[in-house]
Write a protein that binds this ligand. Structure first.
Ligand code: ZN
Ligand code: ZN
Length: 87
């Protein structure tokens, strides 16, 4: 219960991501986020072509494959230490 007597209820919680937001603005911001939209798409059974490493979304599997083979993606992988450079 808040100081003014209002009951704080969880209207600003995201059921999909199991995330609680402090206010509506934060909730809206969450809903516009890539993670949320990706989760919603998964929940709806839609295919999501998303690179978690680079935090980018691709429009198709081909697009994602091209990205995963790309220099930009490799650069990020190395930067995160995910790739052991051999030879
Ligand atoms: Zn969410
Ligand atoms: Zn990537």
């Amino acid at each position: 219960m808040l100081a003014n007597g209002a009951v704080l209820h969880e209207v600003n919680s995201c059921q999909v991501c199991d995330v609680k937001c402090l206010d509506n603005a934060q909730y809206v911001e969450h809903c516009n986020g890539k993670k949320h939209r990706s989760k919603v798409a998964h929940a709806l059974g839609q295919d999501v072509f998303y690179c978690d490493v680079c935090n980018i979304q691709c429009t198709s599997q081909d697009n994602l494959n091209a990205h995963l083979d790309g220099k930009k993606h490799m650069k990020v992988l190395k930067a995160h230490g995910f790739v052991n450079v051999m030879g």
